[in-house]
Design a protein around this ligand. Structure first.
Ligand SMILES: Cc1ncc(COP(=O)(O)O)c(C=O)c1O
Length: 398
C-alpha cells in the first residue's frame, strides 16, 4: 500500500508558493517585516540595537500621547477587547457612533462610517459606489486599496497621468453623457509626499459632474485648519462627495473612515460588502482615535513641531542634493532610481541607527525606486542630528 504522506505530489499553488522568486529574494535580503523588540515614541529596538524610527506614519506622534493611551485602556476595560461581530448585526456600539459624529463634524460632513482598517474604508469608498457600466477616472499614482476598490466595482477605469488636469479633462470628454463618473484622488500622495492639484482637478470634476472621492490618509492631521486635511487646506471641502482615510496615521490608532452626505453613508451601509461582512472597529482603537482627534484640536503644538521638523529635515536633504520627488509634507521619499541603490541606502542608514523603508518597482513607477522616510512631531533635535549624521555617512558611500 502506498503511503499517502510520502507519495503526494505538490499541487500547483503550493509549488508556486514554495518556488516564488520574489519571496526568496525578500527572505534573502530581508528588508521587510522586521519585528521591533520594543518601542518608545521614535525609538525602537531591533536585534538588540536602539534605532530611530524614520518611517512611521505617526505624524503627530499621538500613538504615544498619554491621553490616547489612557483612553484606549479605559475603553478596553469597559467594552472588552473586541465587538466580536459586524456593525450590521451584533457589533455596533455607542463608541462607534461617538467617533463617527466627531469625525463627521471635524471634516465638515453630514455623516461618517468607521471600519477596522483604512484599507477597507478606502476600498469601499469606490467599490460600494461605482458599478458596472460606470467609469472611474483615476490618477495613475493612487494607492493599492483604491485600485482594489475599482476592480471590485466592475466599473470601467480611465487612468490619467498623475496630477494632470488636462489629461483628466480629455479622458472625461470621451465618456458618454449619460454614464455615471467617479473621480478618485489622494490628498497627499503616500509615496511622493506631495499634494493633489485639487483646484484644477476638482474644477474638471465639477465640469463633468463626477462623484468625487478623496483618500486623505496622509493629509488628515497634517494639512488644513487643525489638521482637517487637504480639501480644507485648499478651501474645497464642499466640492467633494466623500473623504476617506485612515485612523492609523495622524490619529495614532488603527482603522479607517468614510465621511460624506448622510445618504451616501447610509447607501454604503446597505451595499458595501466590506462594511456588512467584516467585524467592527475594536473599542481600544476607536477610543484612541477619538482621544487623538480631541488632542489634535486642543494641542496645536504637535502639528507645529511636525512642520518645524519637516522643514529642517527637507532642507537638510536638499543640501545633500537628494531627490525628494517634490515632497511638500512630512512624508518624504528619497528617490535613488534603482532597487540596488535603494537597498544600499536603506542598509547604510540602518547601519548608522536609522530605520527606514525601501520601496521599489512595481510599488513605485520604474526608475523611482526609493527609501521612504516620514517625519514625526516626536522626533527630537537630538534624533534629527542623528538622522542627519546617518544620511551624511550613507550618501558618501552610496
Ligand atoms: C493613501 C493610503 N490610503 C489608505 C491606506 C490604508 O490605510 P491603513 O494602513 O490604515 O489600512 C494607506 C496605508 O498606507 C495609504 O497610504
Amino acid at each position: 500500500m502506498a503511503f499517502p504522506f510520502f507519495s503526494r505530489t505538490r499541487n500547483a499553488i503550493a509549488a508556486r508558493c514554495a518556488d516564488d522568486l520574489a519571496t526568496k529574494a525578500r527572505l534573502r535580503y530581508a528588508p521587510f517585516y522586521h519585528a521591533m523588540e520594543a518601542q518608545q515614541g521614535t525609538h525602537i529596538r531591533l536585534d538588540g540595537r536602539e534605532l530611530i524610527m524614520l518611517s512611521s506614519n505617526d505624524y503627530l506622534g499621538l500613538s504615544f500621547h498619554p491621553k490616547v493611551i489612557e483612553a484606549g485602556q479605559r475603553a478596553m476595560a469597559r467594552w472588552g477587547a473586541s465587538p466580536t461581530g459586524a456593525r450590521v448585526s451584533n457589533g455596533s456600539r455607542a463608541y462607534h457612533h461617538a467617533l463617527e459624529q466627531k469625525l463627521a463634524a471635524f471634516l465638515g460632513q453630514e455623516a461618517c462610517h468607521v471600519h477596522a482598517a483604512g484599507y477597507l474604508s478606502c476600498m469601499s469608498g469606490i467599490a460600494a459606489f461605482a458599478a458596472k457600466g460606470d467609469v472611474v477616472l483615476a490618477d495613475k499614482n493612487i494607492h493599492s486599496c483604491l485600485w482594489d476598490g475599482i476592480r471590485l466595482s466592475n466599473a470601467t477605469v480611465e487612468r490619467f497621468t498623475h496630477n494632470n488636469a488636462d489629461e483628466l479633462r480629455a479622458a472625461a470628454r470621451t465618456i458618454p453623457e449619460d454614464t455615471a463618473r467617479l473621480l478618485v484622488l489622494e490628498g497627499v500622495y503616500s509615496m511622493e509626499g506631495h499634494t493633489a492639484k485639487l483646484p484644477e482637478l476638482l474644477a474638471v470634476a465639477e465640469e463633468f459632474d463626477c462623484f468625487t472621492v478623496l483618500d486623505d490618509a496622509h493629509g488628515f492631521g497634517v494639512l488644513g485648519r487643525e489638521g482637517r486635511g487637504t480639501a480644507d487646506h485648499f478651501g474645497l471641502t464642499e466640492k467633494l462627495d466623500l473623504i476617506v482615510g485612515s485612523l492609523s496615521k495622524s490619529l495614532g490608532s488603527t482603522g479607517g473612515f468614510i465621511a460624506g452626505k448622510r445618504s451616501s453613508i447610509e447607501y454604503l451601509r446597505t451595499h458595501s460588502k466590506h462594511t456588512i461582512f467584516s467585524a467592527a472597529l475594536a473599542p481600544a482603537q476607536a477610543a484612541a482615535a477619538e482621544a487623538a482627534l480631541e488632542v489634535m484640536q486642543t494641542e496645536p503644538q504637535h502639528r507645529e513641531r511636525l512642520w518645524a521638523n519637516t522643514r529642517r529635515y527637507t532642507a537638510f536633504l536638499q543640501s545633500l542634493k537628494l531627490d525628494t520627488w517634490g515632497s511638500e509634507t512630512p512624508a518624504v521619499p528619497v528617490v535613488v532610481g534603482s532597487k540596488e541603490r535603494a537597498y544600499r541606502l536603506w542598509q547604510l542608514l540602518l547601519e548608522k541607527g536609522v530605520f527606514t523603508v525601501m520601496s521599489i518597482a512595481p510599488a513605485v513607477p520604474p526608475g523611482k525606486d526609493l527609501v521612504r522616510t516620514a517625519i514625526s512631531a516626536l522626533h527630537s533635535d537630538d534624533d534629527l542630528d542623528r538622522i542627519e549624521e546617518a544620511f551624511t555617512y550613507a550618501v558618501k558611500r552610496l
